[in-house]
Design a protein around this ligand. Structure first.
Ligand code: FPP
Ligand code: MG
Length: 298
């Protein structure tokens, strides 16, 4: 059923009548299509739901193109990123094309859907802005971190569930909460995988977040558990290319203080709350999406 969403996106990009852009688009590596899956599982497969899924996937793809420029990422999903292969200018413009085409299609939807999705993209952009700003120095404010990941990641997943529910007259409030918790848990797991996984599995360098300036939850929890001397050592490693010895030290200390387990527990709590809601609505497939996400390795 995701095939129909892929086809819809290809048709839209073909309409732009630029062979190079079409070619680039067909070569973009795509991930798990989590957002499209959500739409189709919540709203079923109709012309409207397929278009909604395609709009959201285009916005997501555009945001990743821009994010890779901002993060100076060389790879995305195991292959060379567009900014690395074709340069940042092409990556930014390709992002703009996908993003504006998505909006052209979005305005044909019911006002409530168009307005909520558009607003979430503003929130998403503010989230990325906060991510950049917070990366400039060591951050140990958990609330600021959670606010940032809500905006950067969860807001688009939240609106995906909300808009799909709205499309078919399901309980918007509950589906929205499910999407929000799924999004938050997703980002926390992403941050954990950066620490516990390896480059081959991740499709991007491991232990990369801290070097990029991202003080994710496990680093924050570790910091609160350390003595003053070790706190200083951890802060000093922020934004640095880590020597193998420093990487090992961080991982050992995280094990000792259960920093990853504590982070996982927060994701688990969010996920459990969402599972309870979807069990109430008799949505085993949506529960399945959460379970798969919680146990994923990349
Ligand atoms: C990935 O974060 C980035 C996001 C989830 C959001 C990016 C949003 C923007 C660039 C603003 C919106 C722009 C447009 C054109 C809609 P990450 O760097 O933590 O994850 P990663 O490891 O997958 O790169
Ligand atoms: Mg990134």
């Amino acid at each position: 059923m995701l095939k129909a969403v892929e086809q819809c996106m290809l048709t839209w990009i073909k309409e732009l009548q630029n062979d190079e852009i079409y070619e680039l688009f067909t070569h973009l590596p795509h991930g798990k299509r989590l957002r499209a899956k959500l739409v189709l599982k919540i709203a079923g497969e109709t012309q409207q739901s397929i278009k909604l899924a395609a709009v959201i996937e285009l916005i997501h793809a555009a945001s990743l193109l821009h994010d890779d420029v901002i993060d100076e990422a060389l790879t995305r999903r195991g292959v060379t990123s567009i900014n690395a292969s074709d340069g940042s200018k092409i990556a930014v413009m390709m992002g703009d094309v996908l993003y504006s085409k998505a909006f052209t299609e979005l305005v044909a939807f019911d006002d409530k859907i168009a307005q909520s999705v558009a607003a979430s993209v503003t929130t998403l952009s503010i989230g990325e802005y906060l991510d950049v700003k917070m990366g400039e120095s060591f951050n140990n404010n958990e609330d600021a971190y959670l606010d940032m990941i809500y905006k950067k990641t969860a807001s688009l997943i939240e609106v995906t569930a909300y808009a799909a529910a709205f499309l078919v007259g399901k309980d918007e409030h509950d589906y929205k909460l499910y999407g929000k918790n799924l999004g938050l848990a997703f980002q926390i797991i992403d941050d954990i995988l950066d620490i516990v996984s390896d480059e081959k599995t991740l499709g991007k360098p491991a232990l990369n977040d801290y070097k990029e300036g991202k003080t994710t939850l496990p680093y924050m929890y570790l910091h609160t558990s350390l003595n003053l001397e070790d706190k200083n050592r951890l802060e000093k490693a922020h934004l640095q290319i880590l020597e193998p010895l420093d990487s090992l030290w961080i991982k050992t200390k995280m094990k000792e203080h259960k920093s990853v387990e504590r982070s996982y527990q927060l994701a688990r709590n969010l996920s459990d709350e969402a599972i309870t809601i979807m069990t109430k609505h008799n949505e085993p497939e949506l529960v399945g999406i959460l379970e798969d996400m919680m146990s994923r390795e990349f």
